[in-house]
Design a protein around this ligand. Structure first.
Ligand code: NAD
Length: 511
């Protein structure tokens, strides 16, 4: 293993990373759990043999750290190291079962602002068996937002909620990153997946931003798919995709699908890139079922490390390592997970595989396409400052936990009973707010609801001014005070606003 012995660069220009450098770079490294140590040792020995200009500072993360009382599996010493090096090469960890533990990956990504997750998914036909021999797709996933904000609540006896946050700044960053990536890596097309036919405001923002930013890249082909049909096409005809950009949850799921259909999740690496920090890893987990047996495939972590080399300005070493790796795959030297008697020549363990790559350093594949990183790949992102709009308050959605006392079983709750008493309370509140409608799980149930609609104990009650007339928030407080006096159980509120006169809230289904 390489040792940490100085001469590293203190400050790295990581916003505009990937500039060629001949200085040594200090990198934080963690061997994680399960197969982590085996695959990390193989990876580091290849980097050392390739003369990567790197020193490593080793830290401990994962299961042991969780069990020592650190709820996110990471210690203050590791944060200190990451603040210093700004680059993290991380082996997989085992997440302990049970409540109270937070995901280490999500914690690191969000704390360090690693907004972009880049997963190249490539087929290595005919050397690795796959139904999709021509696949070469890069999934670029937004990494910090969406349902992964981790804001969840139980609101009533029956209803739980997870908040989906899509921001204009976060969206612009990831979309710009995807187009810049396509430009720098000579990709021809960027596809966007979203579900804006249903989530018109959140996914709608993602899609609209894609169209707006995409217009700045006339040389790149653009397309958008609703995520369900897009996912189906990705699983059956992946060769039609080049770069795909998507929000966090879809990207989390579909990047695993994409990696698996190339032949094995064990082959894909991933980069988590932020303005000032970056983390590189394999996409698979700690594989406890094969840990300690010396048979794990180190390729995913190695290809993550290759992305790291490009990022820290060592494109020359990245090219040398990846081409040697491609030659090893092409020569049929395979670990058990991709071994196939028809195309493999030798089944090897983790260490032997690493040695086979080292033997081929300086060689290029002959059938598979060699990689070329030239003098490096520099990606820089400039996000436009947020435009402050004229915001006006025109109403409020008040969410109530309400049970119909006439129906203690909860089987046929009568929305009219609730609606009539809320209308009366609003009238008596002496505000400009009137009850406009009530929805249950998004479906309008008052006024004129369908008696067939099943209702839970969670009611969204929309109070608005006539003709969207602007009001002061004091009026909302007055109405809430009145409802509280009447004994209603208020769970939460959402303000109804217009931005520059444009309505910024969804209508109820059936409204
Ligand atoms: P896994 O990816 O660890 O394993 C799934 C299957 O793939 C297993 O059969 C395993 O043997 C095989 N496999 C995975 N990597 C391989 C490799 N390099 N070579 C050969 N075979 C390989 O997924 P899992 O079993 O669901 O999760 C195990 C643990 O890993 C869990 O605690 C999970 O939380 C954690 N995990 C961590 C990360 C991470 O640290 N980034 C990611 C995913 C899962």
């Amino acid at each position: 293993m390489l040792v940490s012995n100085g001469n590293y660069t203190d400050t790295q220009d990581t916003t505009f990373a990937q500039k060629p450098t001949h200085k040594k770079t200090l990198v934080t490294v963690a061997k994680g759990d399960g197969i982590g140590e085996e695959i990390m040792n193989a990876t580091l020995s290849i980097l050392e043999a390739a003369k990567a200009r790197i020193d490593f500072e080793e830290v401990e993360i994962g299961e042991k750290v969780y069990k020592n009382g650190h709820s996110a599996g990471i210690t203050p010493e590791t944060w200190k190291s990451l603040r210093k090096t700004k680059v993290f090469l991380k082996a997989p960890i085992t997440t302990p079962q049970g409540g109270g533990f937070k995901s280490l990956n999500v914690t690191i990504r969000k704390t360090l602002g690693l907004y972009s997750n880049v997963r190249p998914c490539v087929s290595y036909n005919p050397y690795v068996q796959t139904k999709h021999p021509k696949m070469d797709t890069v999934i670029i996933r937004e990494n910090e937002e969406d349902l992964y904000a981790g804001i969840e609540h139980q609101q009533t006896d029956e209803v739980t909620q997870c908040l989906k946050l899509i921001t204009s700044v976060g969206t612009e960053k990831i979309i710009r990153y995807a187009f810049e990536y396509a430009k720098v890596y000579n990709r021809k097309k960027v596809t966007c997946f979203s579900k804006d036919n249903i989530m018109k405001i959140t996914d709608g923002l993602f899609h609209k931003t894609f169209d707006r930013i995409g217009a700045e890249y006339p040389e790149i082909e653009k397309e958008h798919w609703i995520v369900d049909i897009g996912a189906a096409k990705l699983a059956t005809k992946p060769e039609q995709f080049d770069v795909i950009v998507m929000p966090n949850l879809y990207g989390d799921i579909l990047s695993d699908v994409a990696a698996e259909i190339t032949g094995s999740v064990g082959l894909a690496g991933s980069a988590n890139i932020g303005d000032d920090f970056a983390m590189f890893e394999a996409i698979h987990g700690s594989a406890p079922d094969i840990a300690g047996k010396g048979i794990a495939n180190p390729s995913g972590l190695l290809l993550g490390a290759v992305q790291m080399l490009v990022y820290i300005g060592q494109a020359d070493i990245a090219e040398k390592v990846q081409n040697a790796w491609l030659k090893t795959i092409e020569d049929g030297i395979h670990t058990g997970d991709i071994y196939n008697p028809e195309t493999s020549t030798k089944k090897v363990g983790t260490k032997e595989f690493g040695e086979a790559v080292i033997e081929r350093l300086g060689q290029k594949p002959t059938t598979l396409k060699p990689v070329e990183y030239g003098r490096g790949k520099s990606i820089s992102i400039n996000v436009e400052p947020t435009k402050i709009a004229k915001k006006e308050l025109v109403g409020v959605d008040i969410f109530l936990h309400w049970n119909d006392t006439a129906d203690p079983t909860g089987k046929k709750r009568n929305a009219n009973t609730l609606g009539d008493s809320l209308s009366k309370a609003a009238l008596e509140s002496n505000t400009h707010l009137e009850l406009q409608m009530i929805t249950n799980r998004g479906v309008k149930v008052y006024p004129n609801g369908f008696p067939e609609t099943f209702c839970t104990d969670h009611w969204r009650c929309r109070f608005q001014t006539q003709n969207e007339e602007a009001i002061d928030y004091k009026e909302v407080l007055k109405l809430m005070n009145k409802l509280n006096q009447e004994g209603f159980d208020i769970i939460k509120t959402e303000n109804l606003c217009t931005f520059d006169g444009v309505r910024s809230y969804s209508l109820g289904q059936g409204q």
